[in-house]
Design a protein around this ligand. Sequence first.
Ligand code: HEM
Ligand SMILES: *[C@@H]1O[C@H](CO)[C@@H](O)[C@H](O)[C@H]1NC(C)=O
Ligand SMILES: *[C@@H]1O[C@H](CO)[C@@H](O)[C@H](O)[C@H]1NC(C)=O
Ligand SMILES: *[C@@H]1O[C@H](CO)[C@@H](O)[C@H](O)[C@H]1NC(C)=O
Length: 505
Amino acid sequence: MASINLLETSAAIFCFLIIYYLFFKKPHGQLLRDWPVLRMLPGLLVEFHRIHDFSVEILEISGLTFQFKGPPFTGMDMLVTVDPANIYHIMSSNFSNYIKGPEFQEVFDVFGDGIITTDSELWKNLRKSYQAMFHSQEFQRFSVSTMTSKLKDGLVPLLNHFAEEGTPVDLQDVFGRFTFDTILSLITGSDPKTLSKEMHEDESAKALDDVGEGILQRHVKPKFLWKLQNWMGFGQEKKMKEADATFDRVCAKYISDKREEITKSQGIIDGDSQDLLTSFMKLDTTKYKLLKPSDDKFLRDTILAFILAGTGTTASALSWFFWLLSENPQVVANIRQEITNTNLSRTGNVQEDSDKLVYLHGALYEAMRLYPPSSFGRKSSVQSDVLPTGHKIDANSKVIISQYALGRMRAIWGEDALQFKPERWILGNGSLKHEPSFKFLAFNSGPRTCLGKHFAMIQMKMVVVELLQNYDIKVIKGQKIAPVLGFILSMKHGLRITITKRCTA
Ligand code: HEM
Ligand SMILES: *[C@@H]1O[C@H](CO)[C@@H](O)[C@H](O)[C@H]1NC(C)=O
Ligand SMILES: *[C@@H]1O[C@H](CO)[C@@H](O)[C@H](O)[C@H]1NC(C)=O
Ligand SMILES: *[C@@H]1O[C@H](CO)[C@@H](O)[C@H](O)[C@H]1NC(C)=O
């Protein structure tokens, strides 16, 4: 038990330092005091409970780029930047020098060798093959029909149920189930039906939340500490291990079920299944030499990458969006007006309808500017470099880009940066205003831009149109609204609402 004593002692020292720091050593004019040995770690720990907003403050006073120094040998040094010129340099013009890197893989180990965690040739193979799948006619048709059916046969009946009962419901939980059912249907071709009235807790969704929190903690803990916790299996690291096991078990079942289905239908339906898992299993290995479609581990990591990329992100964006709407009734009126003025569904073409809703598009972007579902990104430099702002980067060092802080910088968005203004995105002639992706980074920028952006925008627009046309949503007063301290910026306490059917005469 010596290791526990060691931990307790270090915890006690940490606590002492924090108290000392808080009460006796408030720094003046600088937000993070640079101590001997512990460097800026004590200050970071004190602010950790509000790390997102703290990053906004610190980047604002330090002119958009900040060098964080941690204790020696902890690997915690990092350059945090939201300067658009640096972002363009890192994400696009010098892309090859800024990789996810082995440390990213370590921190995100639960996700194995999925597209989110890999680099170089393996990543290129994954990206190319997914891109080809996403662009195929069959997948486009399949994804539109899946989105539509999850909306009409899943989300709407559940909302009707809550409208009839008049009971409060956590809208974020509902959106989480909706995106989960949608993505799982896309991957496996069958619906996990987490949107049922009983609202069973889904173990993978729960595991995903635990992992999100664990990963952020790994960014602010010395590596030896979280590794030790993981090895001993306690705290958040224990939950990380459990989540990993849950993913293994759940994915193994999807894979074996799909194999069985394919074997059974051999020769009967050929090339007819458009779900992603079937496509992954049939990947052309002459084209994508590094991919192993017959390997269960490859399939597991692929499934997880899509769950990670496409569920919490969209659910978080929608939740913050509806919260912002509740604070801005005029925007609701404007969106309803736009829907009325637009001839929707005369052609029944989801894509065409979605393109027409320009104001709604701006409103969704505006919500994601303030609440980017992916709250920060991290890169590792291969060689030493100098950023456009003049900051030096050593080889093998860590760079953090905070999407959350980027969207809130007055130097970038103007004095009204903290206000929710969809009009920001609309030109005088009514067209959408284009902002470069190194300034609006919600979907990432450069060669690693989100592959599901188009899909997510259509899906969100469909949900908003359906909900605003048919329901009134009231956010319950007095609840605490705060972001999770995870890399996916969900609402920490959810979004409790009541919903009623709208009388449309
Ligand atoms: C509002 C919803 C979404 C947002 C804000 C979002 C945002 C992002 C961001 C910031 C990244 C870069 C992550 C990184 O490299 O660190 C990313 C990557 C990715 N996203 Fe999305 N995403 C959304 C929805 C989706 C959906 C629905 C899918 C799939 C159907 C998807 C698939 C992907 C994939 C495959 C990547 C990896 C791209 C690569 O590394 O080359 N995303 N997304
Ligand atoms: C790296 O970026 C600088 C300017 O940002 C550019 O001049 C240079 O060509 C880039 N290097 C590569 C290899 O793309
Ligand atoms: C919508 O359709 C009506 C007639 O069906 C037409 O008068 C109107 O101009 C159309 N509006 C738009 C924005 O296309
Ligand atoms: C609106 O203006 C922008 C730039 O000024 C232009 O690119 C766009 O085509 C215009 N849209 C319409 C509908 O006229």
